[in-house]
Design a protein around this ligand. Sequence first.
Ligand code: NAD
Length: 487
Amino acid sequence: MQTTKMKQDVKPIDCSHYINGNYVPSKNGQTFENINPATEEVLGVVAQGGKQEVDQAVTAARKALKGEWGDMPIRQRSAIVRKIGDLILERKSELATLETLDTGKPLWLSNKIDIERAAYNFHFFADYMTSVGTESYQQDDIAIHYAVRRPTGVVGLINPWNLPLLLMTWKLAPALAAGNAVVMKPSEETPMTATILAEICTEAGVPDGVVNMVHGFGETGAAITSHEQVDAIAFTGETITGSAIMQSAAPTLKKLSFELGGKNPNIIFADADLDDVIETTMKSSFINQGEVCLCGSRIYVERSIYDQFLERFVEKTKALKVGDPFDETTNVGALVSKEHYQKVLSYLDIAKEEGGTFLTGGKASDMEKGFFVEPTIITDLGRESRCVREEIFGPVVTVVPFDTEEEVLEQVNDTHYGLSASLWTSDIKRATRLSAQIEAGMVWVNTWFLRDLRTPFGGMKHSGIGREGGMHSFDFYSELTNVTVKL
Ligand code: NAD
């Protein structure tokens, strides 16, 4: 494989914390290495923050809530939020390159999804914030009641590595739109684009101390979630981490928003348009190396088209190109880290032990370096299989035939996850009937990953608490005071 250096001129960056408008190292000078998952080379070093840095960041944020930011007219704040989106687009090529170096995902994908959407998150909320109102009721001739909206306060934003900039901006944009100050903690695996985002915010006109960032591992996150001066935590990551955060935030009764893991079903009926099904299932299975919380990793296919579906799905999957993320013909890049790569490979061993049949893939790819796994399709696994029940978060799907609507619904809901589902049928009555019964926060009918940022985004059961998007985000990032005026 050619090295990435031969193909791009953007240099990886060392990552410092960002506190009160300045890049700062850790007080004790502690750092850790940032590794390129496609080459295993060291990209640079990252400051490792602890309680002290979190405390400084929270103090700066608390102070910034008052003064210029707190007093800013909404149109001015909206212009700043919009400008952040503009500046992200201006630095698109640099940000996309850094995202690909950090995550191992194909560069075309970083450009097309991650950076474009990151900018749009700001543009969307810059518009949205100018039209948000509150409730008001006239109670006969007795009283008028109206609600006053104010920022939640200092919010901790803690994020995973799979869509680093996109997911950070999905929280930061509404948090700023609603007037909060934040302490961000990007994933230790993918710190570079968030580091640039911090300086972009300052350049756009965000006053010092409103946006702070502390790098580090889980302990750094825990210092944020347990800090008594932090009012709320918006977290995206693993279900088990969400549970730990809930415990750590309990003594200070923080407001929580959780976007957690998923084990999402694709349900394909024989009356669906099979061309569409195949094209979309390729994406929902393998885009971003299968490292998207919304990926459909349990595929249920009506028995009468099971063989036909598999034949076409396997053929297309075999044709996917795994390799250099900077090669524009690459479909599937590297998994994010050695640890995650080993986790995904361990599930392939489990599938073998459980008697699964591999129709393609089933092993690491034969790249000399890097954490690459071949796109994998497994059949013949029972519903108790760990590969069917647990989140693998890699390019691995299981396919299971079904005979009846009742049977498939029962299997689909037999999980403690409840994030999303993709349902394929041309029968509109069946689509509406099943959509209402599938235990998931989002159901796509004859599509997948189609988003409108006004709609509620999030999971039920162990896949999340609360919803993001449009008014749902705004409600999380603001508090309401009801005022009653006696007439
Ligand atoms: P993770 O939970 O391991 O880490 C996420 C973040 O939490 C990281 O920044 C990490 O340092 C921090 N963290 C870890 N332990 C902590 C603690 N005790 N207190 C505070 N912070 C802590 O998740 P990951 O491996 O980075 O990401 C993959 C997971 O994210 C998958 O489960 C995936 O489904 C989920 N995800 C969900 C959504 C969604 O919208 N529902 C979107 C993307 C990813």
